[in-house]
Design a protein around this ligand. Structure first.
Ligand code: SAM
Length: 281
């Protein structure tokens, strides 16, 4: 079941029971200093069109909509810290928190998470590496995000490595045909393409994360029937991954455009939509 709350996550989280979730994934705004915008377009074949596509055919582009949210914070840690404390409170004893960030804020947030969880509960810094879009020419192009994994308990936690998707060996000829056919388990560096701007997965919501990354987290770090949460849900990619694998998930977002996107995305699923809970006195 997917439960969807429209509102500020701090209007919802404090009202939830301690230890409610087995797995929390969050992808907060990255503090890029700009509004995050994404236009949705459709294309159709037209000899006078503005784009050249497959086999040199011309296509006309029409903008069908656009989505955006603000991404500027004067004091990012002051915004995030109470939400990270809530995540810690809401995790079950064997639960995990995944925090998805980029190079701008990850180091500051790592230090704060060490304070909240304890350094011994830090398990991995996962690098999601992609290679898409423009390349800087005056510094190394930044083509990775960082996902920090913390557990509520330093040693007792869910890690189902048998469930992970296997990846090809870089030099299959060195390991023999049987091993090469089975592939190997990933390391803490995950190569995965971004959501294709023309693919089926695309919702048009800015900063949408790929299902492949989130399905890996869901399958390895929770069991079927587990209770999951993403309180910066955006287009609902984590909720989609959770639902595809039989987990219950609570999704929260304060942007009405995100709520619209998720209502459409999950229209054919077991979806409950609620207004924000009242802030406890
Ligand atoms: C980086 S996007 C999440 C993208 C998402 N992971 C996806 O794959 O589509 C961050 C989201 O956090 C939401 N947000 C920002 N501040 C919030 C708050 N205080 N409460 C709830 N949602 C918030 C924004 O509206 C935005 O949709």
């Amino acid at each position: 079941m997917i439960e969807l709350f429209a509102g500020d996550n701090m209007d919802v989280l404090p009202g939830l029971a301690v230890g409610r979730f087995d797995l929390i994934y969050i992808d907060p705004p990255f503090n890029t200093g700009k509004a995050q915008r994404r236009a949705s377009i459709t294309t159709r074949r037209d000899p006078a069109g503005d784009r050249i596509g497959f086999l040199g055919e011309r296509y006309r582009t029409t903008q069908t909509g656009s989505h955006q949210y603000a991404d500027t914070f004067n004091d990012y840690l002051a915004f995030l810290t109470p939400r990270l404390r809530e995540a810690h409170r809401l995790l079950a004893p064997t639960g995990s928190l995944f925090v998805h960030l980029d190079y701008r804020e990850v180091h500051y947030v790592k230090v704060r998470l060490d304070e909240i969880f304890g350094r011994d509960c830090f398990q991995n810094e996962i690098i999601w590496a992609y290679d898409y879009g423009a390349r800087a020419t005056r510094k190394w192009p930044t083509k990775h995000d960082t996902i920090l994994w913390y557990t509520k308990d330093p040693t007792e936690y869910t890690f189902r490595l048998d469930e992970v998707d296997r990846i090809p060996y870089m030099a299959p000829e060195l390991v023999g045909p049987e091993k090469a056919a089975r592939g190997k388990t990933p390391t803490d560096t995950w190569w995965h393409t971004i959501v294709s701007p023309t693919g089926k997965e695309k919702t048009g919501y800015p900063t949408q994360k790929p299902l492949g990354i989130l399905e890996r987290i869901v399958k390895v770090h929770s069991a079927p029937g587990a209770q999951l949460c993403d309180f910066f849900a955006g287009s609902g990619s984590f909720g989609d991954a959770a639902d595809r694998h039989g987990r219950d998930v609570l999704l929260i977002d304060s942007n009405p455009e995100a709520i619209d996107v998720m209502r459409r995305r999950f229209a054919a699923r077991d979806l409950r939509v609620a207004p924000p809970l009242a802030r406890p006195a």
